[in-house]
Design a protein around this ligand. Structure first.
Ligand code: HEC
Length: 117
């Protein structure tokens, strides 16, 4: 078979386009697979002390009562998760959770407080 000169770029596109598409699909699947699942992490590492949706009867551990002893900003909440609260049962999760996991949890636990934006 003789491939004309004009046929070469066409062939190149015909090969490259599906490869590119496969790459995009694979990247999207990878991103979904690796995005931290805050709800699942909360369930396994936080729920036993902070309750379902942060609603405990104990004020110190309640994350839904619009009272934040250590501040309610994303930076303050993530700092508590990262560093813990010395002298309490709140442990430091730095080193146990990745930064993206801590950020996802910060967003998740702040969502328990309906007065926060
Ligand atoms: C062993 C029990 C325990 C576990 C597990 C735990 N916490 Fe805590 N957490 C506490 C206690 C107790 C406090 C209150 C500390 C204090 O008295 O200031 C607290 C405080 C907090 C605060 C600050 C609340 C405020 O009012 O400012 C945040 C945010 C928080 N925890 C998030 C988490 C997250 C997220 C996880 C899971 C990764 C987690 N905690 C796991 C016991 C726990």
């Amino acid at each position: 078979m003789r491939i004309s000169r004009r046929g070469v770029p066409f062939l190149a596109c015909a090969v490259a386009a599906p490869l590119l598409l496969a790459g995009v699909v694979a990247t999207t699947a990878w991103a979904q697979a690796t995005a931290p699942d805050a709800a699942a992490i909360y369930k396994s590492k936080c729920l036993m002390c902070h309750g379902v949706n942060g609603a405990t009867k104990v004020p110190a551990t309640n994350l839904a009562d619009a009272t934040w002893a250590h501040g309610s900003s994303p930076a303050e909440v993530s700092a508590v998760i990262r560093n813990g609260v010395k002298g309490t049962l709140m442990a430091a999760f730095k080193g146990k959770l990745t930064d993206p996991e801590i950020e996802a949890l910060t967003k998740y636990v702040r969502s328990f407080d309906k007065t926060l934006k």
